[in-house]
Every structure is written in structure tokens, then in C-alpha cells.
Design a protein around this ligand. Structure first.
Ligand code: PEP
Ligand code: MN
Length: 342
């Protein structure tokens, strides 16, 4: 249910209705829109007494939320959400770019990557410290040492740090160093992990599972939102199909579909989405043209020697020219690529 408050509803009335929703055993999510405040009453759909909320003080109307995902739905919040983390911003007309190596390898590699991607126009640094690798014999990441190096790179550049957390037990540890918690494609349906990051005060970058439908993806986001964390970004990183010319198939139609269904920002990952460095610049530009609110791109000082995903990783020069193209396309689409002081 959505409890739509009257335009001139007082703080007291909003508080009263929030408590009424909670007294029915439902979770109350208060969303302050530009025009009016709505309270999402979500939980067990068998609670029928919710319609009695209509007679509460300051209530304009009570409506059902038809989408299976509630807090993520545009029915609840029609204006797009902009996520802000340090100088990084994404959504509602601003395109935010995260870039950096697939894995943190050493201080020199991560600090030089941070400086280069910042110079080219990124506002967040990516780098995996806990790596979900298909083979147990592949490099598994530097773990806490890697997190410390990411925090050092943030100190040197001011870039927001985005890095993956793989288990609910490690959320506090990763959140100690990171600004954005990345949930990897392999974990999109790890519901206990989604709930754990939902309880964190860090923004979340949720990647789509390689074989998940977009509606399952939205329901995964709902797990995070329902725990009270409103700062969720949806990342399309490609899905598994019969195609062999790319590592995954990167469906850009996801962008307009998600914009129709949700207020959350949509980020495109052209690196994992294609698996080939030569495709990344064109697909980055295409993603911005399709309306993406952000990009996450793998960049390394020497892609050839990268500990993971080198084949889909851009060099500093390639990233710089990709950013210049993206900025032009964003401007042509009446958007801007988010910037920060150099
Ligand atoms: C990554 O970002 O390096 C990664 C492992 O991504 P995904 O979860 O999309 O495979
Ligand atoms: Mn990678």
C-alpha cells in the first residue's frame, strides 16, 4: 500500500501515520517527494486492515502498489533517485563513472590507477579486494590488505571507493574501508547478504545475475531497500546467452525498461558485459546514449599483466578517450557527466 499524504500534511501527521503503519505489522518507508510525502506500507500482503489508513489525519489517499517490488517501484516514487557518495553522483540527469582495475594488486597499481581515472573524469574508484573467481585456483584478491590500499587511494585522490563484499559476515569489514558496497552477479540472489547490506549505511551497487530476469533483479534490490537502505544502484553487467562473440550479452534495452519501472539509477558495466577491451569504448558511449546513469569500467596501468580480467580492461589512454566521447554524448542528451575538483 502507499499512503499518499496531503500536500500540506504536517510532520506530526506523517509521524502518526508512520506509527499506524508499523502498528499493523508493516514496514513504513517515508519518501519525501518534491510535491508531497508518501509512506510505503510494505510487508505481509494479507494484512487487509491497511485500507482503514485512509481515514487517518493528513491522508489524501491509500493505493495498492501493483508491482511485485514495492520500494523500488516508480508507483511509489515517480522522480528519479540521485545517489551521492563523496563527489560521485549518479541519476536524475547526472552520469557517474566508476573506474579502476578488476582486482587490487599492489599500492603502486591502485594509486596510479586512481590518479589516472580521476584525471580522465571518473569520480569513483573500483577495485576488487575479495574476488569471486570461477576457479578456486585463480587469484582470490588481497582481502583486507586490498581494502587498506583502496582507502589509501581515496586519501590520495578523494575518489569514492567501490568494492565487492561476498558474504554477510564481511559487510562490516568492507564497509569500514569502502564507500559503495558492490554485490557481484554471482551473489544477486544471496538474500541474507542483500539483507545485511540493506542494514549498512553504505550505498550499494547491485549487479544483475547473469541468468536473472530484470524483474528478479528488481526484487533483489527490494531486499536491500526493505531493510532501510535507500541508496541502491542497479548495474547491468550482461547476461548469459547462446552467443559466443562476447563474454556475456550486454542488453542496453534494460536501461529504458528499468527507467520505466524504477526510480533507482541504472549503471552499465561494458567491461564484463562484453569481455573484450576493444568493445568497451563503443559500448560505453552507447550506454550513455541509451540513458544510463553511470558506467563502471575496468582500467589498469598495464592490462596485459592484470591479475584478473585483463582482456576486457582499458589502458589509461583508452579510458581517457572513452571519457571524452561519453562527455560529448551526455551533453548531446542534455545530461552531464559528474565531475570533481582536480
Ligand atoms: C567485477 O566487477 O570484477 C566482477 C567480478 O563483476 P561481476 O560480479 O559482474 O562478474
Ligand atoms: Mn572483473
Amino acid at each position: 500500500m502507499i499512503v499518499v499524504m496531503e500536500q500540506n500534511a504536517t510532520e506530526e501527521q506523517i509521524q502518526h501515520m508512520t506509527e499506524r503503519v508499523q502498528s499493523l505489522g508493516l514496514k513504513a518507508h517515508v519518501i519525501q517527494g518534491t510535491e508531497r510525502t508518501v509512506i510505503a506500507a510494505v510487508g505481509d500482503e494479507r494484512v487487509t486492515k491497511a485500507s482503514s489508513l485512509e481515514s487517518g489525519p493528513g491522508v489524501a489517499e491509500v493505493m495498492p502498489i501493483l508491482a511485485p517490488y514495492k520500494v523500488a517501484s516508480k508507483e511509489l516514487k515517480s522522480e528519479p533517485t540521485r545517489i551521492k557518495v563523496l563527489d560521485y553522483q549518479a541519476g536524475a540527469g547526472v552520469v557517474g563513472v566508476m573506474a579502476g582495475p578488476c582486482s587490487v594488486e599492489n599500492e603502486e597499481q591502485i594509486v596510479s590507477s586512481a590518479k589516472a581515472v580521476k584525471k580522465a573524469g571518473a569520480t569513483a574508484l573500483r577495485g576488487g579486494a575479495f574476488k569471486p573467481r570461477t576457479s578456486p585456483y585463480s587469484f582470490q584478491g588481497m582481502k583486507e590488505e586490498g581494502l587498506k590500499l583502496l582507502a589509501l587511494a581515496r586519501e590520495e585522490t578523494g575518489l569514492a571507493v567501490v568494492t565487492e563484499v561476498m558474504t554477510s559476515e564481511e559487510v562490516d569489514l568492507v564497509a569500514k574501508y569502502a564507500d559503495v558496497l558492490q554485490i557481484g552477479a554471482r551473489n544477486m540472489q544471496n538474500y541474507r547478504l542483500l539483507e545485511a547490506v540493506g542494514k549498512s549505511d553504505r550505498a550499494v551497487l547491485l549487479k544483475r545475475g547473469a541468468s536473472a530476469t530484470v524483474d528478479e533483479f528488481l526484487l533483489a534490490a527490494e531486499y536491500v531497500l526493505n531493510e532501510g537502505n535507500p541508496n541502491v544502484m542497479l548495474c547491468e553487467r550482461g547476461i548469459r546467452t547462446f552467443e559466443g562473440h562476447t563474454r556475456f550479452t550486454l542488453p542496453l534495452a534494460t536501461v529504458p525498461y528499468l527507467h520505466k519501472k524504477t526510480h533507482l539509477p541504472v549503471i552499465i558495466d561494458p567491461s564484463h558485459g562484453t569481455g573484450h577491451a576493444y568493445m568497451v569504448p563503443d559500448m560505453s558511449v552507447a550506454a550513455v546514449a541509451a540513458g544510463a546513469d553511470g558506467l563502471i569500467i575496468e582500467v589498469h596501468p598495464t592490462p596485459e599483466t592484470a591479475a584478473s580480467d585483463g582482456y576486457q580492461t582499458l589502458s589509461f589512454d583508452q579510458f581517457e578517450s572513452t571519457m571524452a566521447r561519453c562527455q560529448k554524448v551526455a551533453a548531446a542528451c542534455d545530461k552531464e557527466v559528474c565531475t570533481m575538483p582536480q
